[in-house]
Design a protein around this ligand. Structure first.
Ligand code: UDP
Ligand code: MG
Length: 224
């Protein structure tokens, strides 16, 4: 048996399906920047948090209450649930297809926002679902993130956009998500982008980094 056969096959073929993880603290601007990148490069944008909230609200879901509790406490939902939701959403997008050359002949490109937030998720997804090509890492100060989240909380209706939940999310981010970013930095897959500037400035930097992935220049750490 060759070594490639010994390894369990991944769900998606990396030569066709490009996965970019988007990380950064709560309120760093991941969702906003993903929405902009979708238009530039024809991505399917999947937010792990949005998928979890949709599952939480889905009638008949056996996970609804569990998800609600984890989100309110800023804790990471057990990875099997989140990974299954992502996998289902990826399959649906690939079955339907999107416009543009990035989706021709069974190909697809995904921005996976707010995931993986914990090492176990990162390893399982890379090994069993689809190995990521790049990690966009948006960084800014906790003070700035708190300000943005409290502002968002005025209208978001999110149960975790309050000061108490936000503090818990910051702690989980430092303890569990920072090791993920260090892991990808060691693999030379992390692109660190200062997200303190204006939305448009950050967008231009992120766009330039992502374009490099599709021109074949992966595997290097970038700071923009
Ligand atoms: N969450 C999770 N696993 C994930 C992504 C999100 O459990 O892989 C939960 C977690 O409780 C997190 C919440 O969903 O605090 C909100 O995540 P989201 O990405 O929506 O928040 P953001 O970072 O955008 O403020
Ligand atoms: Mg978000």
């Amino acid at each position: 048996m060759s070594s490639s056969e010994e390894k369990k096959a991944q769900v998606f073929d990396k030569s066709k399906v490009t996965v970019i993880f988007v990380l950064g603290g709560p309120g760093a601007g991941k969702g906003t920047q993903c929405a902009n990148l979708v238009n530039d490069l024809g991505f399917c944008h999947l937010s792990a948090g949005d998928l979890l909230r949709a599952e939480q609200n889905r009638e008949g879901s056996e996970y609804g209450e569990m998800i609600r509790t984890y989100i309110k406490e800023g804790q990471i939902v057990p990875m099997e649930v989140t990974i299954k939701l992502l996998e289902n959403a990826m399959n649906a997008a690939l079955a339907e297809g999107l416009p543009g050359e990035g989706w021709a002949d069974g190909k697809g490109r995904f921005l996976i926002d707010g995931f993986p937030r914990k090492m176990d998720q990162a390893q399982k997804f890379d090994n069993e679902v689809c190995e990521c090509s790049l990690v966009l890492f948006f960084t800014t100060t906790e003070e700035e993130m708190l300000k943005r989240l409290l502002k968002r909380g005025e209208t978001s209706g999110r149960e975790d956009d309050n000061e108490e939940s936000i503090k818990k999310r910051f702690r989980v981010y430092k303890e569990q998500t920072m090791p993920v970013i260090e892991h990808y930095t060691k693999l030379h897959k992390a692109a660190t982008i200062d997200a303190t500037a204006t939305i448009e400035e950050v967008h231009q930097k992120a766009k330039a980094v992502v374009e490099e992935v599709f021109s074949g220049q992966v595997n290097r750490n970038i700071t923009a």
